[in-house]
Structure formats: C-alpha cells, structure tokens
Design a protein around this ligand. Structure first.
Ligand code: IMP
Length: 502
C-alpha cells in the first residue's frame, strides 16, 4: 500500500513568526547573516561561507556573469546557468573570477584614424563619454590617448575630424601600472583631480580604467564575498550527463562551488555524478546536489557525498511540474522535514550538511520563514530576475517596465538535462512557463531592503544570527481569515501603486 503523509504539505504563506523577547542589544545593525554553504565537521569551520544567505537560481534568465559579480559584491553567490555550452559557461565563471572590483575593462574603445562622428556614435551606444584610443580599437590594445567630452566641441568641429587630432595623447595622460592597487589608484585620482585613471601593462597596453565616480561604491561593499586571491566567489550549475567534460572546465575557470541542477535529486544519476567528482577530485571540489523534499531524499544525497542539499520540487514561480506530473511538496513542509533530517544526520555523524530552500519565495518575509524553518540559505529565481543584472531584456509593456523570466523546463530554455530521467535528449513536455516579471531596479538596492526586513524580523524573534533564529523562532500556522487581517483591510488605500510585491 502507498505511504501517506499524515499532514498536508504547506507553503510559506500559511505561516507567521510569533515575536519572542528582544533585548536592547538585539538591533538590526548587529545581526550577522553569515551562513555555511558546504558541509563541515562538528567543531570545525566550514571551508566556504556566505555573508548573506542568498544564492541566485541556476537559470538562463537569472544567473550570468553580471549577476555573479553583483551578488558576490553583496555577500551572496550566483550559480551560473549550466544550460549553455561548456565553453560559454566556463567563460562566464572566468569573467566573475577575473573581475577586479573597481577595475573596469574599457567598453568604449576607438582607433586614432576614426572620426568625431564615430566618437558620437560610440557614446550613444555605450552611454560612456570616456573612451580609450588604442592602436587597434580593442579594449587591451596599445594605448595612444583618451577622448572625453572635454576634447571636442560638436558645434565647432566637423564630424570628419580624426580622433588623433583632438584626443588627449598618451604623453599628456597620467597613467599607472596594471599592478597598482585600488587604494593607490584612488590616491592618484585624488591627487591629480582626475575623472579616470588608465592602467597599462609594461608595453603600454590598456588593462583597466579606475573611475573617480566608483570610489564610494568601492568602499561600501563591506560584505563582499571574496576568495583567498581577492576574487569574487562564484558557483556553477552542472548536470548528470556531461560532467566528465563540464566539471574540469568549470574548475579550471575557477568556480568555487558546483551544484547538480536537476528537478529530481533522489536518483542514481546524481550518485554517479557525485562518485565521479569525488573519485577525480576528492573533497577539493565542492558540489551541492538536489532537489529533494523529504528525509529519504536528504539521506540519499548526504550519504552520496553532497556538500549541500537543495530542497524544493514544484514550488518555483515559473514551475508547472505539479500540474504536469503531480509530484512535489509544499515548500515550507519540505524545508521543515529536510531540516529535521539534517539535524538528525548531524547528531548521528557529527557532519553538518547545509540545506538550501530553492524556489517559491514571493514576499521578503518568506526568506525569514525559510531560515527560521531550518534553511541555511535560499535560492531565488523570480526575485533576482527582476533586477538590472539579470541577463534578460527589459521591455515596456503598456507603459510598465518588465523583465523576461522563463523556466529551465520551458521550451525556450530547452534544458533537457535538468529533467533527464535517462530518456531522450529532448524535453518531451514542458515543466515551466515563459513569463514577465515587473522590473525592480538594481540588485544592490533591492537586496538591502529585503535583508533589512529579515534582520528586523530576526530581532523581533530575539535572534542575532541564523542558528539563533532557528533555535528561538516560534512559528504558527495561519487561518485563511487571519491572512486577510494581515494586509491593509477595511480601509481605502490612498495610493495602491506604492504597494510593492515584497
Ligand atoms: P522562483 O524563485 O520561485 O522563481 O523559483 C526558482 C526555482 O524554480 C529554480 O531555482 C529551480 O529550482 C526551479 N525551476 C527553474 N526552472 C523551472 C521550470 O521550468 N520548471 C520547474 N521548476 C523550475
């Protein structure tokens, strides 16, 4: 006879946190959101932690290199999507690893034999007025000069005038060596009242610019997540088919952590993938696995050697798996159950395996609930897809800006490996939709607001850390009518357009 769970499975919106005692010491600025991302032994420190408990989903519409840089700057990790060629995924990883905060690869470059009209066209295209004049017009060509809007007057000059005749030539520029530190570069900028400082190698080839306008933002990112070489930490998705080629390429590119991206983690395919990675790299390559939604699935992946376990089937905003296949579990119940299994495993073995709640976060308070219910960190797709840094188009739909967001199981992504159960190399039916989400601005601004809410709620529960929240949280189910009571009710809201989703 089939096994029946005694309780229905539930979503985050069915729960609330009940305030606990909060001392005067418990204030949001003191909350520490640091959290482990890989397994560790009792009494030891995890080899990899994050400064905020957020990771971006392994999806084409979410995690490219720009997202990777922006999220690491705030203290989290992006998992670059795996549903692309090995080469292009590895390149994205390398771009995050090679990004040096404050050092900008020049995106506006021109040759000396081009014209003022070319300068104006380039400015229109990139939106940047500082241009490097390089011998071959490439970002790393020999630097011959710089053009800024101070070098020309459109009203007084012919559009045919040559760049070499009005640029500020190399001999008159203040430059610095490519090995210069950011602090030194900023000092040179201040001392010489510059707007931009070109950094060149020993052959005078352009390496980067450091801009005066970035000075404040370079100082601000106290939570940024760096590896021991001061590069941003980044993750990458892999699948259970081409790991023998993909994993070495991603490791070579510098990925700090991998994750098997699959809708179904409780499979022999995942064990084979983990076995191969352990056989080749031992514990030096960190890899998460999933997704699972109960104790059995967690135990399977824990014993197979996963560094973290991802939780969630069918709860994603673009997901239609439950409708199509009738499998899944309410996300809150799945997290609660798997967190119990993790704690039980820790008791038994002394090994703590972090769990990641993946999908289904709609309101910011869902993040706090997921953490309180036992998640060590949270993976979000829809949330991040709305920001400038997601790799999708921003479109104007009837006067409202939207970003595109599609599931990995939608025809558009064609990520058959994610749904692979050993069948054909194609998606035989869709498990995701193609959609729009309201454009929400920069990652930095949005993450700051969301996490301020999380910190504030943690203080209401008397907790200054995530483990403390998990110990102290008091969680209650809510009735349908009390959900109505939770929003503005029985009043006419003056400006409903000010009410945001999160
Ligand atoms: P969201 O944050 O609610 O948008 O959920 C994102 C999560 O949905 C991802 O991290 C995946 O686990 C999952 N997902 C991505 N694409 C699909 C799909 O096409 N069908 C089902 N689930 C998906």
């Amino acid at each position: 006879m089939a096994f029946y769970f005694s309780e229905p499975s539930r979503t985050f919106s069915e729960f609330l946190l009940v305030p606990g005692y909060s001392s005067s010491e418990c204030i949001p600025t003191k909350v520490d959101l640091k959290t482990p991302i890989v397994k560790f032994k009792r009494g030891e420190e995890p080899e990899l932690t994050m400064n905020i408990p957020l990771v971006s989903a392994i999806m084409q519409a979410v995690s490219g290199d720009e997202m990777g840089i922006a999220l690491a700057k705030e203290g989290g990790v992006s998992f670059i999507y795996g549903s692309q060629s090995i080469e292009s995924e590895a390149k994205m990883v390398a771009r995050v690893k090679n990004h040096k905060a404050g050092f900008v690869a020049s995106d506006s470059n021109i040759r000396p034999d081009q014209t003022l009209q070319d300068v104006l066209d380039l400015k229109e295209k990139t939106g940047h007025s500082t241009m490097a004049v390089t011998e071959d017009g490439s970002p790393n060509g020999k630097l011959l000069g710089v053009v800024t809007s101070r070098d020309y007057r459109v009203t007084r000059m012919s559009p045919d005038e040559l760049v070499r005749d009005f640029m500020t030539p190399f001999e008159k520029l203040i430059t610095a060596q490519a090995t210069t530190t950011l602090k030194e570069a900023n000092n040179i900028i201040w001392d010489n009242k510059l707007n931009a400082l070109p950094l060149v190698d020993e052959n005078d080839h352009l390496a980067y610019f450091v801009f005066r306008k970035d000075y404040d933002s370079n100082k601000e990112n106290q939570l940024e997540l760096l590896d021991k070489n001061k590069s941003y930490v980044v993750g990458a998705g892999i699948n259970t088919r081409d790991y023998e080629e993909r994993v070495p390429a991603l490791v070579e590119a510098g990925a700090d952590i991998l994750c098997i991206d699959s809708s179904e983690g409780f499979t022999e395919w995942q064990k084979r993938t983990l076995d191969w990675i352990r056989g080749k790299y031992g514990d030096t390559v960190k890899v998460g696995a999933g997704n699972v939604v109960d104790r059995d699935g967690f135990r399977f992946l824990a014993e197979a050697g996963a560094d973290f376990v991802k939780v969630g089937v069918g709860g994603g905003s673009i997901c239609i798996t439950r409708e199509q296949k009738g499998i899944g579990r309410g996300q809150a119940t799945a997290v609660i159950d798997v967190a119990k299994a993790r704690d039980e495993y820790f008791e038994e073995t002394g090994i703590y395996i972090p769990i990641c709640s993946d999908g289904g976060i709609v309101y910011d308070y869902h993040m706090t609930l997921a953490l309180a219910m036992g998640a060590d960190f949270i993976m979000l797709g829809r949330y991040f897809s709305r920001f400038d840094e997601s790799p999708t188009n921003k479109v104007n739909l009837n006067g409202t800006y939207m970003k595109e967001y599609w599931g990995e199981g939608a025809n558009r992504a064609r990520n058959w490996q994610r749904y692979d159960m050993g069948g054909d190399k194609k998606l035989s039916f869709e498990e995701g939709v193609d959609s729009y989400v309201p454009y929400a601005g920069s990652l930095k601004d949005n993450v700051a607001i969301s996490l301020n809410k999380v910190r504030s709620t943690m203080c209401n529960c008397g907790a200054l850390t995530i483990p403390e929240l998990q110990q102290k949280a008091k969680i209650t189910l809510v009735s349908a009518t009390s959900i109505v009571e939770g929003g503005a009710h029985d009043v006419v809201v003056k400006d409903a357009s000010n009410q945001t989703m999160n």
